[in-house]
Design a protein around this ligand. Structure first.
Ligand code: HEM
Length: 406
């Protein structure tokens, strides 16, 4: 049994266009094969969950099938999101010791103080770009402080994240053939090089003069009696720095947009802020920051009656799985009372997002303070929000809002 991907192309690059496209794909079948590129695309919840939960058949390590490039190879040495067991377990184990629930909860006062400071900096403005003034700076300052990296350099981190996630490109095509990948790698290699050397300098400095931060802990840490070398820590710190902020920026922006579109839900969380955590989970289901994840088949394997060959790539559409009616009743309804809500926005299985508790805490605190401070938060109608390419990341790049102080 082989299904091929329906070809209808979307005409715009908004989250709604992506979601409408994904709905058409899922209705045409949970799994599609793109013969030309030899990739599989998975749209159904059960199949996506199976792939994510089975790293022995579906690997996160693409190094064998990707072109080799010096800067990427260096970053890959510590980038454990692209590793399989046992190496993944060892490296993740290291950082999870530092990312304990207690440590994350302990950040609450700092997150609240930073949010207040950023909003105070608006000096009574009643209209501002929520991304620029709050949703971007807050998480990047938090993660930079954790890593001991200068927060003043955050403009540079944003430039790296935009270049590496290619989220400005207006294309729905997933070009994964050798030539396309080589072109892509060559295009982003200078950014990778700049980021690696910045991080390496920071790591060397911490090795020479340890401080009270996560980078110094990684420098000191031992895996099976061995220390990580500086180059191994580059990908590690880089992963935390990038994964640790742009996703939370996306979640904050998506929360404001969705509450604006659903005034009843907004009224409900305003009246009872204890509903915020459930509302945030529903935002994550409804518009997950990462719409898709990727895996590689380790051997010939069957998935829901389809024969997947060794080394073929499987793209898991989280944003489609999160709207699968077989898993979520009335999936297109934004419902802050949905329970249970086993969305896949943070992934599933051994790579489940390490920063999920931090992202949830940041979002809860920021939304809580916004709702308390402003009696009204309305997305500006005369200057529509701008988005990154939602096929890569569902995130506002600019989100002008009007606010009315409480
Ligand atoms: C709303 C915010 C966030 C979302 C939606 C998100 C999403 C994800 C997803 C889907 C994965 C799994 C990737 C895969 O299976 O291939 C992941 C992994 C990861 N995330 Fe997040 N993330 C968020 C915030 C954060 C934050 C704040 C941090 C760090 C402080 C972080 C650090 C990581 C790390 C280190 C991994 C790799 C885990 C592993 O491979 O074991 N994330 N994230």
């Amino acid at each position: 049994m082989q299904a091929t991907t329906p070809t209808a192309e979307p005409t715009s690059f908004t989250p709604e266009a992506l979601l409408a496209w994904l709905r058409r794909q899922r209705e045409a079948g949970s799994i599609h094969h793109d013969e030309q590129q030899r990739i599989w695309q998975v749209f159904g919840y059960a199949d996506a969950e199976r792939v994510l939960s089975d790293p022995s058949w579906f690997s996160s390590d693409f190094s064998e099938i990707m072109p080799h490039q010096r800067d990427f190879d260096l970053f890959s040495r510590g980038n454990f999101v692209r590793m399989d067991p046992p190496k993944h377990r060892k490296l993740r184990g290291l950082v999870s010791q530092a990312f304990t629930p207690r440590m994350v909860t302990g950040l609450a006062p700092r997150i609240a103080a930073l949010t207040t400071e950023l909003l105070d900096g608006l000096r009574g403005a009643t209209r501002f770009d929520l991304v620029d003034r709050l949703a971007y700076p807050l998480p990047v300052i938090v993660i930079a402080e954790l890593l001991g990296i200068p927060v003043e350099d955050r403009g540079t981190f944003r430039k790296w994240a935009e270049a590496l996630f290619s989220s400005n490109q207006q294309t729905t095509e997933l070009k994964l053939d050798e030539a396309a990948l080589k072109t892509l790698f060559d295009a982003v290699a200078p950014t990778m090089r700049e980021m690696n050397s910045y991080l390496l300098a920071h790591i060397r400095q911490r090795r020479a003069r340890p401080a009270d931060d996560l980078t110094s802990e990684l420098v000191r840490a031992e895996v099976d009696g061995e220390r990580l070398d500086d180059q191994e820590i580059v990908g590690f710190v880089g992963l935390l720095l990038l994964a640790g902020h742009i996703t939370t920026t996306a979640l904050l922006g998506n929360s404001i947009l969705i509450l604006d579109e659903h005034p009843d839900a907004a009224t409900e969380v305003r009246a009872d802020p204890t509903r915020l955590p459930a509302a945030i989970e529903e935002v994550l289901r409804y518009r997950p920051p990462f719409p898709r994840l990727a895996r590689r088949a380790t051997s010939d394997v069957e998935l829901a009656g389809h024969a997947i060959a060794a080394n073929e790539i499987v793209i898991l559409w989280i944003a489609a799985a999160n709207r699968d009616p077989a898993q979520f009743p009335e999936p297109d309804r934004f419902d802050i009372r949905r329970a249970p809500n086993p969305h896949l926005a943070f992934g599933r299985g051994i790579h489940f997002c390490l920063g999920a508790p931090l992202a949830r805490l940041e979002t809860k605190i920021v939304l809580g303070i916004l709702l308390e401070r402003y009696r009204e938060i309305v997305v500006a109608r005369d200057e529509p929000a701008e988005f990154y390419n939602p096929w890569t990341m569902i995130s506002a790049k600019r989100l002008p809002v009007h606010v009315r102080p409480a």
